[in-house]
Write a protein that binds this ligand. Structure first.
Ligand code: IMP
Length: 188
């Protein structure tokens, strides 16, 4: 059964990744670039609020996704400020902050929020662990990808093809959880 899900985001890269991921689950994505208010709070709060807002605006079921890079040695910065920090400090600024830092543990987190006009939002968290490289590598992907070396690899996300990143990324894990849940819900 092919189902169509409206994905609300302004980020084309996310759409490209999500389309590749959903193919495996027989879900088709309809991309809608509808802005929604990003409230102060953690990823879960932002995803819940955004999904509820968009479902009521569009009068139908929607998903939104909120993600970020969390660096342990920086007290989990930039975290929920990832988007702003990427535009202002950039990857070069992050590398400067990490200059003498030995513990380079970091994780990407992604939260998918699903909501219909008649229900409360459901959320699905995906994380991937890794560490921060000493310089940028690769030009695949977007934003922090050239900085992030996933655990078990010696390459950054920026050096991996999107199809490879899509096999195990934070976004793959949150969207997979959502897709499995949706399949389960629609079984009867
Ligand atoms: P958003 O608020 O969910 O759109 O994402 C916050 C920011 O996190 C994005 O603007 C990117 O800077 C960063 N980000 C989220 N996911 C990824 C990813 O998969 N790779 C690299 N950067 C990401």
């Amino acid at each position: 059964m092919v189902r169509v899900i409206k994905f609300i985001t302004g980020n084309e890269q996310k759409v490209k990744e999500a389309k590749g991921i959903f193919e495996k689950f027989g879900i088709e994505l309809e991309h809608i670039d509808l802005g929604y208010p990003e409230i102060q709070g953690d990823l879960e709060d932002v995803a819940k609020y955004g999904a509820k807002y968009a479902a009521s605006k569009l009068k139908g079921p929607v998903i939104v996704e909120d993600a970020g890079l969390f660096i342990k040695a920086l007290n989990w910065f930039p975290g929920t400020y990832s988007s702003y920090v990427q535009e202002t400090l950039t990857n070069k600024g992050i590398l400067k902050l990490m200059n003498d830092v030995e513990d380079r543990y970091a994780e990407f987190r992604s939260v998918v929020g699903y909501c219909t006009p008649k229900s409360e939002p459901e959320i699905f968290l995906g994380t991937v662990s890794g560490h921060i490289a000493y310089k940028e590598h690769g030009n695949h992907g977007f934003a922090y990808d050239p900085l992030f070396i996933p655990k078990g690899y010696d390459k950054t996300f920026g050096e991996l093809e999107t199809s490879k990143k899509n096999e195990f990324s934070h976004r793959y894990r949150s969207l997979e959880k959502f897709a499995l849940w949706l399949n389960e819900m629609q079984r009867d």
